[in-house]
Design a protein around this ligand. Structure first.
Ligand SMILES: [Zn+2]
Length: 460
């Protein structure tokens, strides 16, 4: 199903192709005050939200951003860190900041900031997300949070609120890790979770290092590194993000609050056998690592299902990689995530045991290496409860609290500052693909929820 499937009446696709019905060009342009429904925000987080609820600034920004880095054939986004498409997105961010009279700055790690109020005053409320994408990613993962942040600020200015704390909007660099293979580089550097030495070792598929890529893009790579002074200015960080699953669709809610990011990791499995002729080698004489691997894939599915977790073999490299050759090596990568550490240990332990048993049965040597691991991230409980209280205040609605299997900058920052996340419904449940989707009304409900949260945190 494409994202502009017309079967959803009343849910015009904000992320649709520019040429499709309901795309940005056809979006209604309403007076700014109609970002809020006439009766305030009753039921704005539920399906029965009164119409129309919309916002000029959101739609204008969305239309501007939509074509940048979109591939003509795949219709997916290729906004990789420090490439032309990323730089175009960054130029767009700067324009938005300046158009609103915000103080624009780039930090020592290349993250972009737009400040309302004095950054040095401390206890700032920060919101934002990222603008880069995975290969052939969707329109919403990242940009929805950045666009909603600017739109929420416009909404708050429309309400005429008085800010008692500095407010900032941020675009974290290289969140997806599509180019250099490590996610959340900008926030990791700032939080001191990626050393300068290791950042210098990151290279892309063409052998270009991260510092060189920054330099070519016109940024100074000599300044990268932990930025505790900057983080110390922040009292709370709230990231709005498209949901990367269907929990909100199933519960009938437009917006949810994140509880935690599941623990997750990557493991490399090397199944080594013996290369031989595909036509002349008898089956009984083979040491085919593909067989042990294939059985391991099925075991991974069983183990994940048992634990209510997820396990994915999504990347494979085969040697010698010939159609008429039995492989000598099958190298695969497992990504697994679960709600808690014990479940993840059980899933991965079960997969490893199965892989070793199958390898032994087929005469295959097996090495397993854990390449990365991120423990569970519990978002700040007090801030999470505060968001629930703010969002339920006028509506009486209890906003659902959800866990997620996806990593985010908010997860990285949660080790240094109180962080929270808002999720906006994604009825396809699909993410990291052009089919990623959020309905126009839901996006606007997200903007209003974010504005309510920012008002509650920065205006009291
Ligand atoms: Zn994201």
């Amino acid at each position: 199903m494409t994202q502009n499937d017309s079967g959803r009446s009343g849910n015009s696709p904000v992320g649709a192709e520019a040429s499709s019905p309901g795309a940005g060009s056809a979006a209604p342009t309403l007076p700014h005050s109609q970002l809020r429904s006439s009766g305030g925000t009753p039921n704005a987080l539920r399906n029965d939200c009164p119409q129309p609820v919309s916002g000029n600034s959101f739609h204008e920004m969305w239309r501007e951003l939509l074509p940048i880095g979109r591939h003509a054939d795949s219709h997916g986004y290729r906004r990789f860190a420090w490439t032309g498409a990323d730089l175009d997105c960054r130029a767009w961010f700067k324009e938005q900041a300046e158009a609103r009279g915000l103080v624009y700055e780039v930090d020592r790690n290349g993250n972009q900031w737009a400040w309302l109020g004095d950054p040095a005053a401390g206890d700032a409320v920060v919101t934002g997300s990222h603008l880069d994408s995975v290969p052939d990613g969707g329109a919403f993962d990242g940009p929805l949070g950045v666009v909603s942040s600017f739109a929420a600020l416009d909404e708050l200015r429309g309400r005429g609120v008085d800010f008692t704390k500095p407010l900032a909007i941020v675009n974290f660099g290289d969140e997806e890790g599509a180019r250099f293979g490590l996610a959340c580089v900008g926030s990791r550097l700032a939080a001191g979770q990626l050393t300068v030495e290791n950042a210098h070792r990151l290279t892309d598929g063409d052998g270009v290092s991260l510092p060189r890529a920054m330099e070519v893009a016109g940024y100074d790579p000599d300044t990268i590194g932990a930025d505790p002074e900057r983080l110390a200015r922040i009292g709370a960080f709230v990231e709005l993000h498209v949901e990367q699953g269907r929990a909100l669709d199933l519960s009938g809610d437009r917006v949810g609050i994140a509880s935690a990011i599941w623990p997750h990791g990557r493991w490399r499995f090397d199944f080594r056998g013996e290369a031989n002729h595909a036509g002349t080698t008898r089956l009984v004489d083979r040491r085919d690592p593909m067989l042990a691997y294939a059985e391991t894939v099925l075991a991974a599915r069983r183990e994940a299902q048992l634990a209510g977790a997820v396990a994915t073999f999504g990347k494979i490299s085969v040697e010698p990689n010939g159609v008429n050759a039995i492989p000598s090596l099958v190298r695969v990568w497992l990504d697994s995530r679960a709600e808690d550490q014990a479940s993840l240990d059980a899933v991965v332990g079960g997969i490893e045991k199965a892989a070793r048993d199958y390898a032994a049965a087929h005469g295959i040597d097996l090495d397993i290496v854990r390449e990365s691991f991120t423990p569970v991230v519990e978002f700040d409980h007090a801030l999470r409860d505060e968001l629930g209280r703010i969002l339920g205040k006028d509506t009486g609605i209890t906003v659902p609290v959800l866990g997620t299997g996806a990593g985010h900058d908010a997860g990285i920052l949660s080790g240094s500052i109180p962080t929270a996340m808002l999720f906006v419904r994604n009825p396809t449940g699909v993410s990291h693909s052009p089919a990623e989707f959020a309905a126009e009304d839901d996006c606007v409900a997200g903007v209003i929820a974010l504005a309510d949260v920012l008002e509650g945190l920065a205006c009291t």
